[in-house]
Design a binder for this molecule. Sequence first.
Ligand code: 26W
Length: 810
Amino acid sequence: MKEKEIQEAINSHLETKLGISVKDASNRDIFIALSCILTEKINVDWKLTQEFYDKNNEKQVYYFSMEFLLGKLMKVHLLNLQMLEPAKKVVKKLGFTLDEVLACEHDAGLGNGGLGRLAACFLDSMASLQIPGHGCGIRYKYGLFEQRLINRNQVELPDYWLKDDYVWEHRKPDESVEVKFGGTINMKEENGRLQFYYENAETVRAVPFDVPITGYNNQTVNTLRLWSAESSIDAAAYSQNELPQYNDYLEYKRSIEQISEFLYPDDSHFEGKKLRLKQQYFLVSAGLQSIIRSFKTNYFKSLSEFSSKVAIQINDTHPSLVVPELMRLLMDEEEMGWEQAWSITTQTVAYTNHTTLSEALETWPVDLFSSLLPRIYMIVEEINERFCQNIWFDHKQFRNEIPELAIISYGQIKMAHLAIVGSHSVNGVAKIHTDILKNKEMKHFYRLYPAKFNNKTNGITHRRWLLQINPELSRLITSAIGNQWKERPKDLIKLIRYAEDPSFQLKAKEVKTYNKQRLARIIKAQTGLIVNDQSIFDVHIKRLHGYKRQLLNIFHIIYLYNTLKENPDLDIIPRTFIFGAKAAPGYYFAKQVIRFILSAADIINNDDTIQNKLKVVFLENYNITLAEKIIPAADVSEQISTASKEASGTGNMKMMMNGALTLGTLDGANIEIKDMVGENNIFTFGLTSDEVLHFYHHGGYNAQDLYQTDERLQSILNQLHDGFFGNDEKDFKDIYYNLLSHNDEFFVLKDFNSYEEMQEFVDQTYRNQQKWMKMSITNIAHSGKFSSDRTIHEYASEIWKVSKSPVFSR
Ligand code: 26W
């Protein structure tokens, strides 16, 4: 769309829909006008895309996920439709700034962190690569909580992101389906088949809301279908239809709507709540029913061809009920026999594992499960029975492993086992993570089904995480190597020629400084703190968790502070340490760490004797929009998880792509970043994954010893114990005991020395700006591998067996 057209459309929208002229319009009015213009354009391509897929009988991919962390979408659409520059100009001409208009959109925060954002990046890449791939998720009324920091404590507020209407969604009541919970199952034999009847089941109406997912400059529009729970009977019908367990219609309605009310805020910690299981089944049943419905209406074919036309990827085990639910639908509704249904199910479903943390593994108690999902439980039992029998008779060498491999054991249903047994592909999200799955966590399954296991190293959409959030760097890159990298991110490697080019280095440095100045203004506005844009911006942004070791970072900061107090003239490059992190509301230790960082920040930031050499910033409410501002400004990317614990990480890729240097352990995708850039272009330190696992299994680490022998650690721990950082005597004693009495589960003390040494090396390296910029440009040049386009290409060709389906040829 050209400028003139956009301007006319905005004016006409304001006049005809709102009855106002531009001079009376607010930012939000302009936002709404732009969203309507975009929606009209998108809808045309959306319809054409769907028609094209139908006509060509294309195989469809469905990405099932409990989380989609989309953030804002307007800029994405403007960029994809090549309307960003003209829209910016028009909006300016009308007396507004595009950034302020875009800020009117509320973040869609329907995810906790890595797993949810990965799902969003994958949708972007599928559409941009013209792969018929769609998302299937839940339309939570409340996304991840909003974080406030009050008296240094995290306080959670509800995130009512739908309060102003969500401009991108389309409610499709005609495509609603019903999902049943509880009750009892009666079986009757009819015409030689077992029929299943539900008695006293609770029926929930699942209503889809479709969100268009646009591809980059290609007119492809895929669909993210988000399900909302509504009551299936209205008040009048309710009063006739005496349901003894509810005497109050409103209570009944509320209990139904509760299913899609909020996103569970736990990242990596499993809690066996009934409502969560309800959410999972709701998503899976609604999603599968709608897939089967559209399969039948579009192809008029028998379901025997289902797996050649449909691929389902499940994002961790959260949607692993697709296995028994697809079995149920094929057998009970479509009258298929077990063998055929099983073959279709396993050939359709593929499972991605995102964590090996034992506390994150989903296991549901049989009692809870069977009372909520009686028919599904019968099927899971049968799957388990047949699986165990199969090992007993056909894989005799594994007979001893049956208790460990079983899906149901000791009254618990193991969802990962269900997902592995019920799918044709199991993948980890980085090489080391997949190796740990194969050789440790899932080693028996790997021996049983070696061909199922494969690796798909994560990626991020370079369109959002470079092109969109860092236009200055993008322009610089384009001026050097041309435009092609936008569609072929591996082309970024051409930048390597400029790594030592002084003029390119200077320009890249200017871009970084510009982004740091912008972030400095945000820090000033949010916290009142003035930070030095010449200092090193050292960034640690991710969920707060013991294994991600924000504690190691703050320990090192305190060590620097203590050293500076002793010697204020110590020659260090000024540093600004920037944190952003939400703690799960029930995770006491993580919340203590937030309090600790904020307390240390208060002391350090207000101590004049250290001459502003250190600043510590904890930004409130870390979310996608804030990440988009922080990442382009990062000099140092903190990726310091305890080795073996971080499955992949994706923030590491985002910061690398924006020219930050990684300071990290040999964990997750850090290892592959190192493989790409070479060991001279990354700062690695700490125990290796093998060493960590060895300590866990064989002991040999004593945190007390380090406390006794390392004076730096002793001072910090004593400060913690003696109330140096707290107004309250008791403050932070629990961190102290966590490290010393519980033997430092995450090896914070153990890795301190090598972390400190590497931090010193970072400081030394930064002094040589030519070297630093060479390293930075080298990182950007090698970041193409970490585009989710590469990842999606691998999923498409190796797991889904789908290829590009260009709706329009350009
Ligand atoms: C049931 C509770 C629960 C909730 C969320 C358990 C586990 C999770 C997720 C699997 C945690 C998660 O987000 N994992 C992250 O996935 C990213 C994408 O693959 C990886 O980059 C991160 O390393 C991994 O921690």
